[in-house]
Ligand binder design. Structure first.
Ligand SMILES: CC(C)(COP(=O)(O)OP(=O)(O)OC[C@H]1O[C@@H](n2cnc3c(N)ncnc32)[C@H](O)[C@@H]1OP(=O)(O)O)[C@@H](O)C(=O)NCCC(=O)NCCS
Length: 169
């Protein structure tokens, strides 16, 4: 069974462990908790939790964002970030949604399901069309977006811009 659980200040060692397995940066997806001590991770959880409750934009990139863990049969296997709105900068790089699956669990269809469940959350938040921006050479992530109904509408020197209807996910 696959389910999303929202980041909580009570998250413990199993999420910490997963975050150590996902690289700090991969194809533009950042995992700031990689390499933290356990104490730093607990503080980071607290900051992330606050970030999801905030309203308004701090700068061109920092908008309120909610983090969700993907659990498969009770084990965390990946995570996603859902930005509540876009800025001009995020329309070119970043988009509404970013996601990653821990390396040991890739190639099992979890990436597709993670994005589908995040699109459902986006819809609940009132986002009818969600943007994902994906590096030109990131074939796996593009396949994940296409399988969820994504369509390339534009491209920059580095990324394709893919919009996805969030209804009926
Ligand atoms: C992108 C990512 C989330 C995909 O997760 P995953 O669980 O392996 O994906 P899935 O198993 O659901 O596979 C989805 C599709 O990608 C394809 N795929 C998987 N790995 C691939 C690879 N290395 N090259 C090309 N296609 C690949 C699968 O065949 C499948 O396509 P299909 O439906 O045509 O068969 C994962 O590779 C990852 O975490 N990458 C690092 C972070 C990242 O790039 N995030 C996205 C930033 S935009």
């Amino acid at each position: 069974m696959l389910e999303l659980r929202r980041l909580s200040v009570d998250d413990g060692p199993e999420i910490f462990q997963m975050l150590q397995e996902i690289p700090k940066e991969e194809n533009g997806f950042g995992n700031n908790a990689h390499g933290m001590t356990y104490g730093e991770y607990k503080e980071w959880l607290s900051a992330k939790h606050q970030e999801s409750l905030r309203e308004g934009i701090t700068d061109g990139w920092k908008v309120p964002t909610t983090t969700y863990w993907l659990y498969a049969d009770g084990t965390p296997v990946g995570f996603g970030k859902l930005r509540h709105c876009l800025t001009d900068a995020l329309q070119k790089a970043g988009g509404h949604i970013g996601y990653a699956i821990a390396p040991a669990y890739r190639g099992k269809g979890y990436g597709k399901e993670l994005l589908r469940l995040l699109l459902r959350k986006a819809n609940e938040m009132g986002i009818e069309k969600a943007l994902v921006t994906i590096h030109l050479d990131n074939a796996a992530s593009q396949a994940v977006a296409f399988s969820n109904g994504g369509v390339i509408t534009d491209r920059t020197d580095e990324r394709v811009l893919i919009w996805i209807d969030t209804k009926e996910k």
